[in-house]
Design a protein around this ligand. Structure first.
Ligand code: C2O
Ligand code: CU
Length: 572
């Protein structure tokens, strides 16, 4: 089949689908994507990048609430598997379309075309990205934007709507990084070489040791991203972060931003000068072009939460009709201090549900799982563990093994709801955590039960160091009940939970030495990954998986099979 190189909505059929929210006509949004490696220079440095139809970031998916999205994904990576996850889409009724290799599907083999088909059931700002190995950071990602149904309006107004994705960028291949992370002795990936704004950054090609054939500062691929605005107009800017490592602060010189949406939920609006955003999060902000229109301004992303050497990412906030490439006359804002934990925690605390869109949170829960996040040495390597379990993916995807009772394909003893000795565990010190092991065990949740998760941070293997971890849950939104500093106190802290107007999100930060409490209802039949969204952390074991209502999952499509023990279901 000849594939078109453009973002292509190749057919829109009118269907009469009776869905949960309305019985208006829903559409099918049909995309055909070809995934392949190409040489690109997103930050002026030439590298093999995974593209979709020739692009990275890939095409933006535009749909309306209730629509069916179909993506026919052709894997043209030649010698590499692939899988794509639709980040923030809950996949209600289609758990096999979540795109999580090892959890909900087998990898898509080179040459194969896999069909993802799912309903986007709620308006909001979402993303998609590779979910196989560390492919996401090779450039396989993009935006997914779901509009309200006709006739419904947002609780705020704006003139124009734009999506951007913030990212960080490494020059080494994912293979080199992955090999280092699993090596003994361990080799850390280090700081990213640059920060990208909507796929564009700038690496300093004049650095010693950089060959002119590899780095060309005048390559148009790395000209700064330009955001053109008309004076006086208000823009809804949908900002997502898919960094491999970096926590970011984003700001537009001289302009305040009003935060109105987080992970697909309306927030009680608040104004910021700089927005902190962690990998896996999305926010909508409103920006009004109300400054001196005779010049352009800088938009800046800055890496925070780790002491780092990564230069800030720069884009141009261009006031029409100034020339879009005209550099602002000012020095770009330098952004907040990387170690200002308090201002990051304070911003997390500001994110509450919009008063008119509160999803009432169950007042109590049926089960509390305390997940202690630690860094460990296992067999001479360095890993991350959750309750002393460093997670590994099985060869047979859980969705198939649980549905078809192939229980020998993964470790059956579930990880603990709280570790033995949690009471006396000192989160402020380097702990030996001698009990840590690697395992592919998972948590099985009672269908429809309400589950609390307490994510407890701790000191890493380095003295006086604790990191920020953005945790992302597949298949659900959760209520963010609270954040705390230090060790979670099971009798006192729940009294301070926000049960009035907690925001619902799919990704939330766990701040250094702190805890974050979430609640969700296990009402989406399927198997769902829950993990730190830092690519190298998940690779090092920082994640787990929840199963709920597996018996309610419909017949699995054979397209997700083909690996491990699923081969028994493939008819010769
Ligand atoms: Cu966006 Cu499992 O991740
Ligand atoms: Cu992490």
């Amino acid at each position: 089949m000849k594939l078109n190189n453009q973002l292509l909505v190749c057919s829109i059929f009118l269907l009469s689908i009776f869905n949960l929210n309305s019985n208006v006509d829903a559409k099918i949004r049909h995309y055909r994507w070809e995934v392949k490696y190409e040489f690109k220079s997103p930050d002026c440095f030439k590298k093999l990048v995974i593209t979709i139809n020739g692009r990275s970031p890939g095409p933006t998916i535009l749909a309306q609430q209730g629509d069916t999205v179909i993506v026919d994904l052709k894997n043209s990576l030649v010698t590499e598997n692939v899988a794509i996850h639709w980040h923030g889409i809950r996949q209600i009724g289609t758990p096999w379309a979540d795109g999580t290799e090892g959890v909900t599907q087998c990898p898509i083999l080179p040459g194969d075309t896999f069909r993802y088909q799912f309903i986007v059931d709620r308006a909001g700002t979402y993303m998609y990205h590779a979910h196989y190995g560390m492919q996401r950071e090779a450039g396989l990602y993009g935006s997914l934007r779901v509009a309200l149904p006709d006739g419904e309006v947002e609780p705020f107004s704006y003139d124009y709507d734009r999506s951007i994705i913030l990212n960080d960028w490494y020059h080494k291949s994912t293979y080199e990084q992955a090999a280092g992370l699993s090596a003994v002795p361990f080799v850390w990936v280090g700081d990213p070489q640059s920060l990208l704004i909507q796929g564009k950054g700038k690496f300093d090609c004049s650095k010693p040791g950089v060959a002119a054939t590899d780095c060309n500062a005048t390559n148009p691929e790395c000209s700064p991203y330009v955001f053109t605005v008309v004076p006086g107009k208000t823009y809804r800017l949908r900002i997502g972060s898919l960094t491999a490592l970096a926590a970011l602060s984003f700001e537009i010189e001289g302009h305040n931003m009003t935060v109105v949406e987080a992970d697909g939920h309306y927030v009680e609006p608040f104004v910021v000068k700089n927005l902190y955003i962690y990998s896996g999060e999305t926010y909508s902000v409103l920006v009004t072009a109300n400054q001196d229109p005779s010049r352009n301004y800088w938009a800046v992303s800055k890496m925070v939460s780790r002491n780092n050497t990564t230069p800030n990412g720069l884009a141009i906030f261009n006031y029409y009709p100034n020339h879009p490439k005209r550099s602002p006359p000012t020095v770009p804002p330098s952004g907040p201090w990387w170690d200002d934990v308090n201002s990051r925690v304070n911003q997390s605390l500001l994110v509450k549900s919009h008063p008119n869109y509160i999803h009432p949170v169950p007042k109590t829960s049926d089960r509390v799982i305390v997940l202690l996040n630690t860094q460990n040495r296992i067999d001479g390597g360095i890993k991350w563990s959750i309750n002393n379990v460093s997670f590994t993916l099985p060869h047979t995807p859980y969705l198939v093994s649980l549905k078809q009772n192939l229980l020998h394909t993964f470790e059956q003893t579930p990880p603990p709801d709280v570790i033995n000795g949690y009471e006396t565990y000192n989160i402020s010190e380097v702990a030996p955590n001698v009990n840590a092991t690697t395992s592919n065990s998972l948590y099985r949740l009672k269908f429809n039960s309400t589950v609390d998760i307490i994510l407890q941070n701790s000191n890493t293997l380095s003295v006086k160091n604790s990191e920020t971890h953005p945790w992302h849950l597949h298949g659900h939104d959760f209520w963010v009940l609270g954040y705390g500093n230090g060790k979670f106190n099971a009798t006192e802290d729940p009294k301070k939970y926000n049960l009035v107007n907690p925001i619902m999100k799919n990704t939330v930060a766990v701040h250094p030495y702190g805890w974050t409490a979430l609640r969700f209802v296990a009402n989406n039949p399927g198997v769902w990954a829950f993990h730190c969204h830092i690519e190298s952390h998940f690779y090092m074991g920082m994640g787990t998986v929840f199963e709920e209502g597996i018996e309610k999952v419909g017949t699995l499509p054979s397209s997700i099979m083909g690996c491990g023990d699923t081969r028994r279901f493939i008819k010769p």
